[in-house]
Design a protein around this ligand. Structure first.
Ligand code: COA
Length: 416
């Protein structure tokens, strides 16, 4: 099957999560992604959190499927020469080294643009160029703190909290993928490559957009009516942590279901959508609430919203999270069970859609990973195993015109 990105060659100079998540996505969609790794060690995640002694860690395999691996010491002259050849033939170079690393290696944007004016150079950094923190190295949780997620996540009486979702890493990679695809379309019009830069702070902040909305509302009116602090608690001058409150105009909360005493995930998320008040009352067996002035409108409900949630928990007490959702869905109430990773891994719908896939791997046996969350009518992205370190070195060098003897010589000087 031909894929939309067939024929696009990408030098994948990425490591850890933010960059690899981006290039993996592009590889699923058909790009020829060549991961350039340091001989002997490769991407640090190959060795991090290993569950099988001599096999690449899941951290690596789950972020590097569908790629080729070329080992190359790009600090050695012989390695630089190979990289230059590859640059001349490639459409995109993606990197997420620490600030200045590519320049120190001798591959500044100016040099790359000189080598291949049509190439798109895409970078992830912790902070954007010119930012007063642009010299900092950054990992996921650092970005969540710098981008506004941590100060607005968690409970008001606890510390700033990190989300399990990779808002700093994979999210930034997704932003970068959009930037690369946009630059490729731009190149079709202008014939020129360009530099695409995404910072982790900016990508987190982009997802915290509604919290910046709330900061401005708070400054104007002094309160935020959808937060648990309203109307009985206090507001300061910054957006507070709102626990599990709904982020828009629909109040919601995580509610206990049957078994919560022993199962830490026996909960559902329940949303009180304004126009669904009547079905909610019917579902809960509380028809008297429908026209009661203390319950009828969102404004009337808000002062005692937690009392309402308590009543709903009473209704949920003899229902599992799955039974509860099966009833509530008939009333068109936005809700979901709180699902564990174990439940998701075994979910037949996710297996059928290709969102959870099992991938055979020569060293590990098969492993589970998350396939493309983007579905197309004309293409089903297929997930293949991540490459072993240097698995495609000979193949890539041969495609660049190196003979067997040249390759032997490169090995002798430990450049590959
Ligand atoms: N051959 C030779 N050298 C190589 C190489 C290769 N194939 N690949 C990488 N290197 C070198 C680089 O040139 C650099 O050397 P230098 O620092 O001497 O110039 C070094 O390896 C990599 O440095 P760095 O990227 O800073 O690694 P680190 O482990 O110290 O830091 C991060 C890791 C993630 C903190 C850092 O890369 C970073 O801040 N990246 C940008 C933000 C980001 O993406 N973070 C999220 C990661 S999920």
């Amino acid at each position: 099957m031909t894929k939309p990105l067939d024929g696009i060659k990408i030098i994948d100079f990425t490591h850890v999560q933010a960059g690899p998540a981006c290039t993996q996505l592009l590889a699923w969609f058909g790009a020829d992604v060549i991961k350039v790794e340091r001989p002997g060690s490769g991407d640090v995640t190959r060795n991090q959190l290993r569950d099988i002694p001599d096999a690449d860690a899941l951290y690596f395999t789950m972020l590097n499927s569908n790629k080729k691996s070329l080992t190359l010491d790009t600090k050695k002259p012989e390695g630089k020469e190979v990289l230059e050849k590859l640059i001349r033939e490639s459409d995109v170079l993606v990197e997420n080294f620490g600030p200045g690393a590519l320049d120190r290696m001798g591959f500044s944007w100016e040099r790359l643009n000189e080598l291949n004016p049509k190439m798109i150079v895409a970078s992830v950094k912790g902070f954007s160029d010119g930012h007063h923190y642009d010299d900092l190295k950054v990992y996921e949780n650092v970005a969540q703190c710098a981008g506004g997620a941590a100060s607005t996540t968690g409970f008001w009486d606890g510390p700033p909290t990190i989300s399990a979702a990779a808002l700093g890493d994979s999210n930034t990679g997704m932003h970068l993928a959009i930037g690369i695809l946009t630059a490729l379309l731009g190149r079709d019009k202008t014939g020129k490559g360009q530099k695409v830069a995404v910072s982790m702070q900016d990508s987190v902040l982009n997802l915290c957009r509604v919290k910046l909305r709330d900061q401005q509302r708070l400054e104007r009116v002094g309160y935020l009516e959808e937060y648990p602090q309203y109307p009985h608690g206090e507001f300061g001058d910054v957006v507070p942590r709102g626990g599990n409150a709904g982020g828009g105009g629909q109040p919601g909360w995580v509610l206990k279901c049957k078994g919560w005493e022993t199962d830490s995930n026996a909960y559902i998320y329940f949303t009180i959508q304004g126009h669904a008040w009547e079905p909610i009352c019917k579902a809960l067996g509380k028809p008297e609430w429908i026209d009661d002035p203390a319950y009828k409108t969102a404004e009337a409900r808000q002062p005692h919203i937690f009392e309402i949630f308590k009543t709903i928990e009473g209704w949920l007490a003899d229902k599992t999270k799955f039974e509860a959702v099966d009833i509530l869905r008939k009333f068109d109430i936005p809700c979901a069970p709180v699902l564990t990773m174990k439940e998701l891994a075994n979910d037949p719908s996710l297996r059928a859609s290709g969102t959870i896939v099992e991938v055979p791997h020569s060293k590990r046996g098969s492993y589970l990973t998350v396939g493309s969350p983007i579905k197309f009518s004309d293409m089903k992205p297929e997930v293949t195993a991540s490459p072993l370190l240097g698995e495609h070195t000979d193949e890539v060098l041969a495609s660049l015109g190196y003979s067997k003897q040249d390759i032997f010589n490169l090995r002798e000087v430990k450049a590959v």
